[in-house]
Design a binder for this molecule. Structure first.
Ligand code: GAR
Length: 221
């Protein structure tokens, strides 16, 4: 049996996705342990959540570095020393430099609160509402050198309601984020994710489970 993989989680804010990963790890729902949580924000609540659960929490001050590459090199150094198998961006609000992405090819995941490739970047629920979308959702994808452009692993579809506000839609999408992120991590931990070009396939679903085979990458409302 494969052992538990080691995660490095990068987060800039409140860390609810981090919490979902911590909970899944502690409950044995994922074969993964968090080796370190790193933030670019000194008082990010994500760091507090990590410490509460006895997980190493490190603030790396971006102001100490002249260029993004220096900051990224410091983070890579931390991740290497903790022998991290998979890097999870969980509300980490910085772009990774190409050397960082090359250091962990198809070993960095990100969660994004929209159905990519629609609405990459920031303030995406507001943009989805403004655009008049009937469905939105969230995406877990591998990170490449673009902004929210990497191969898609799992998406969850969330309907947009007539009386939705930015806040209500964000909150509803977030509950789905908390489900699909641990699920994607578990598929990775089981060694079942295979990236072919832009497409990610899930290996090892028995033919007898045809329904699961058809919809493994999507969670419906
Ligand atoms: C989440 O909604 C996540 O999808 C989003 O930031 C939020 C972080 O919440 N990430 C991005 O927009 C990245 N482009 P959290 O700190 O409670 O996990």
């Amino acid at each position: 049996m494969r052992g538990r993989i080691r995660l490095g989680v990068l987060a800039s804010g409140r860390g609810s996705n981090l919490q979902a990963i911590i909970d899944a790890s502690r409950a044995g729902r994922i074969d993964a342990v968090i080796g370190v949580v790193i933030s670019d924000v000194a008082d990010a609540f994500a760091l507090e959540r990590a410490r509460t659960h006895g997980i190493e929490a490190v603030f790396v001050d971006p102001n100490l570095f002249e260029a993004r590459e220096g900051f990224d090199a410091a983070i890579i150094d931390l991740l290497r020393k903790r022998d991290v198998d998979l890097v999870c961006l969980a509300g980490f609000m910085r772009l990774l430099s190409p050397p960082f992405v090359r250091e962990y090819p198809n070993r960095i995941m990100n969660i994004h609160p929209a159905l990519l490739p629609a609405f990459p970047g920031l303030h995406v629920q507001r943009k989805a509402l403004k655009h008049g979308m009937k469905f939105s959702g969230c995406t877990v994808h591998f990170v490449d050198e673009g902004t929210d452009t990497g191969p898609i692993i799992i998406q969850a579809v969330v309907p947009v309601l007539d009386d939705d506000t930015d806040e209500s839609l964000s909150a509803r999408i977030l509950t789905h984020e908390h489900q699909i992120y641990p699920r994607a991590i578990q598929l990775f931990a089981e060694g079942r994710l295979e990236v072919r070009g832009r497409r990610v396939f899930c290996q090892g679903i028995p033919a007898s489970q045809q329904d699961e085979r058809r919809r493994w990458g999507m969670m419906n409302p």
